[in-house]
Design a binder for this molecule. Sequence first.
Ligand SMILES: Nc1ncnc2c1ncn2[C@@H]1O[C@H](COP(=O)(O)OP(=O)(O)OP(=O)(O)O)[C@@H](O)[C@H]1O
Ligand SMILES: [Mg+2]
Length: 241
Amino acid sequence: MNREKKRKAYCIAVTSLKGGVGKTTISVNLASALSTIGHKVLLVDGSIYNPGIALALGIEDNAEGLRKIMKEGNLKESVISDKRTGLDLLLVDKPMLTVKIAKPNIVRLLDKVKDSYEFVIIDVPHNIPMDMLFRFIDEIMITATPDMPAVAHLPKLYSILRRKRIRSGLIMNAVERRGYDLDYNTIRESTGIDPLGELPRDENVYRCAMDGTPVVLKYRNSPFSVGIYRIAKAVERRQKI
Ligand SMILES: Nc1ncnc2c1ncn2[C@@H]1O[C@H](COP(=O)(O)OP(=O)(O)OP(=O)(O)O)[C@@H](O)[C@H]1O
Ligand SMILES: [Mg+2]
């Protein structure tokens, strides 16, 4: 995990303990925000069973992306550039239901790009073993919604990450502050960490999901975008440490 020795890019895996809590939405918007403020960013769709980044960005490119790398190991030819966001993308064109992810060494292949980017953001499904990420990433960014099924096991997860000295952040997403939502203090006390950011439930997120545009591009001043830019600034600071 010593970035200075090993790499230039600051690599963040956005993941969660539970599905459907906003990993893809956050990966796409955080990457786009970092790109908008001038960074060179590679966004990787690690969600190989249910890829979502091409959809979220309205990209119809059928590039084989990650699958090509797994077959041929050629990273440069597998990355595409998105003019609208300024992002470089490593996509997945169709669900890879039969791939054994532990085998094709994506991690080793991704290691090759570290010198070409300032940030690498990987949208990682919640149901893969996290330890395969530990060698490559600088930070695990856990996403959760403020309800018990999403946060119940976070304290255990954070104690493991602390023991393994993995830098981690927590983003609370789709926060509505309804009476029965878990509040910030309860989450902080039970996980032992300060959430890096809070993102409100925002109907612009649904709108943008429907038309394949990052919220931060289309609704720059929406509550969700403001939250994402705040997280992007926090991530910039963490990159320097
Ligand atoms: N802050 C938010 N406000 C409103 N809707 C949201 C917000 N965050 C995510 N959503 C919506 O919730 C749904 C799930 O989000 P998303 O696909 O990003 O989750 P995910 O964790 O990537 O899911 P999966 O585990 O299936 O990959 C989507 O319809 C998305 O538009
Ligand atoms: Mg997803």
